[in-house]
Design a protein around this ligand. Structure first.
Ligand code: HSE
Length: 308
């Protein structure tokens, strides 16, 4: 194999009650990355379409992740990378995770090495940590493995794939403003009360139980964020109006996707997800900020090769 192209999906992190630990892989869009072997050693990012970001290895999430991988698993080849950024930077849809996962998964696949996805996580996380200021894998895990994931412990790579009812649809609204994860992590880095910890852990346990038992009502009751929503909501125009409309339109729950500004809503069935989408559009069309909306099923596959 001389070259491959991979697609690395977008994702929703936190999922209301799982700050830094829960994530869902979306099947709507993903960064594409073309990786070619080269006889000249070293890593080079030749081109980036779709975003105004640095091609310097040490300033690019994909470059940093790939460099970490090659430090642990050296190769006699060099690599030339072209990135088609489809997950908007600062959108809350796991843009940096998408690029970081694409780079490490792609290079590993191209080298036909027998290294498991779980062992690639740490290298992708190095890229994510550069972008957001702290190592966390709640976007990396669903993008790598697909599905609904729980990072039980990152240091020991204890990452679980959770089951989920088949009829779940995610509606997203992406107001086209950029929120830097590193910035919002600083404002949310607060001491939280024991009362909130109790509520958050109860909801997390309940959500997981609901996912295992296909109990939509329980899932719905548990999609509550006790920890970061109150600090981040004010950065997202019309957040509470959008959330209220999603619930009125029958959604199971609605919250901030990752660090925002995108908002996700979870519904049972496509028809409800569509109603939520229309509701989002009606509310946000009164706003001067441009936005996109879409509906996605949960993508159970994660990153994959699309050309070789
Ligand atoms: N859990 C992360 C956060 C996701 O909310 O800050 C975004 O990287």
């Amino acid at each position: 194999m001389e070259s491959i192209k991979v697609v690395s999906p977008s994702s929703v992190a936190n999922v209301s009650c799982g700050f830094d630990i829960l994530g869902i892989c979306l099947d709507h869009t993903g960064d594409e990355m073309l990786i070619k072997k080269s006889k000249i050693p070293g890593l080079r990012i030749l081109k980036i379409n779709g975003a105004d970001i640095s091609t310097k290895i040490e300033k690019n999430v994909a470059g940093i992740a790939a460099k970490s991988y090659l430090k642990k698993y050296p190769s006699r080849f060099g690599f030339e990378i072209e990135i088609i950024k489809k997950v908007s930077v600062g959108s809350g849809l796991g843009s940096s995770a998408s690029s970081a996962v694409a780079a490490v998964y792609g290079i590993n696949y191209l080298l036909e090495r027998n290294i498991k996805k779980i062992d690639l996580i740490n290298h992708a996380v190095v890229g994510e940590a550069y972008a957001s200021g702290q190592a966390h894998a709640d976007n990396i895990a669903p993008t790598m493995f697909g599905g609904f994931t729980l990072v039980r412990d990152l240091s020991s790579l204890d990452i679980l794939k959770l089951p989920y009812p088949n009829d779940i649809y995610i509606t997203i609204i992406h107001p086209e403003i950029e929120i830097k994860t590193s910035m919002v992590r600083e404002i949310t880095n607060k001491k939280i009360s024991m009362n909130k910890v109790i509520k958050q852990t109860a909801n997390l346990g309940g959500l997981i139980s609901g996912l295992y038992s296909n109990n939509y009502e329980l899932i719905s009751r548990c999609l509550v964020d006790e920890i970061v929503e109150e600090y981040r909501a004010e950065l997202i125009p019309d957040y509470y109006l959008l959330k209220e409309s999603a619930i009125k339109n029958g959604a199971l729950g609605c919250g901030i996707s990752g660090s925002g500004p995108s908002i996700f809503s979870m519904s049972k069935g496509k028809e409800t997800a569509l109603k939520v989408k229309i509701g989002f559009e009606e509310i946000f069309s009164n706003n001067k900020i441009k936005f996109k909306t879409f509906i996605s099923k949960i993508n159970n596959e994660g990153v994959k090769v699309i050309e070789r």
